[in-house]
Design a protein around this ligand. Structure first.
Ligand code: DHB
Ligand code: FE
Length: 279
């Protein structure tokens, strides 16, 4: 029987991809951000997951504004990282797990979620930057990946409650997988940021820390927010927090916080990372 070993979160700021490629881990500007990751590597070395289900959002690479699915799941043998315009060095190819993908798709569909299934799927910085931070070069990674893409870019986006419920259905799907894989669920993106419009540069540290606190033991409180509340508090692109909430939904029962980090680099994003372990 499959085991869910826990959940991981990480912001996916594109400039992190460039800093990673240039190995700026000890650069004074980047150090407070990168210092979180060796702790996460320690946890991963201990838990040794075989599969990572990565809940992220596409920023215009695989889907564009003309066709924007609410929930899309990859069912491909491999996923290529491509560049949607940031000039980030590409990180290679992520191995997939089509059999588990189809199990998830069937299980979640039976719970009345309507999915877009992707037998070909390119992944952008929203997926590749955190995957690289956690597992390094995908060509050498022992982990197989399942991309789960939720629309955060074109309204109407799914509500926090819907994403939390989607995560719960995902958790039940993983728990019913007969394989013996160890699975980690990842939520990427956030925390507060707004990249355009009158509030460009908006960050809400107080709200970010509130979310990082509540997501551990009271995720239902966060799921009560409307999309409007979330955009108001977190900024237009900070609405990516619904991806963290979907991750938390997939962790059935009580969790403990193994580590967390929060830092605001000049990239106009409240950058957070967490490790949650099932109690
Ligand atoms: C930026 C882009 C993102 O997709 C994100 O989640 C955070 C920051 C950026 O362009 O800086
Ligand atoms: Fe993003």
């Amino acid at each position: 029987m499959a085991t869910i070993v826990g959940g991981l979160t990480s912001s996916h700021i594109p400039s992190v991809g460039n800093a990673y490629a240039k190995k700026l881990f000890n650069d004074p500007y980047w150090k407070p951000f990168f210092d979180a990751y060796p702790k996460i590597h320690g946890w991963l070395d201990e838990k040794k997951p075989d599969v990572a289900v990565v809940i992220y959002n596409d920023h215009g690479l695989n889907f564009f504004l003309d066709k924007m699915p609410t929930f899309a799941i990859g069912a491909a043998p491999a996923y290529n990282n491509q560049d949607e315009g940031w000039g980030i060095p590409l990180v290679g190819t992520f191995k997939g797990h089509p059999a588990l993908s189809w199990h998830i798709i069937n299980s979640i569909s039976a719970e009345n979620f309507d999915l877009t299934t992707c037998q070909e799927m390119a992944v952008d910085h929203g997926f590749a930057v955190p995957a690289q931070l956690f597992w390094g070069n995908p060509d050498e990674s022992p982990v197989r990946f399942i991309p789960v893409c939720i629309n955060t870019v074109q309204h109407p986006i799914p509500t926090p409650a819907r994403c939390y419920a989607f995560g719960q259905a995902l958790g039940r799907a993983l728990a019913s997988w007969p394989g013996d894989e160890k699975i980690v669920v990842v939520g990427t993106g956030g925390l507060s940021h707004q990249l355009d419009g009158e509030r460009a540069g908006f960050i809400n540290k107080k709200f970010d820390l509130y979310c990082m606190d509540k997501i551990v033991n009271e995720p239902e409180e966060l799921a009560k927010m409307t999309t409007h509340d979330l955009v108001l508090e977190a900024g237009a692109q900070g609405a990516e927090f619904i991806l963290w909430l979907a991750m938390r939904g997939a962790l059935q029962g009580t969790v403990t916080k193994v580590m967390e980090n929060y830092h605001i680099p000049i990239s106009n994003t409240g950058a957070g990372s967490m490790v949650l372990e099932l109690a």
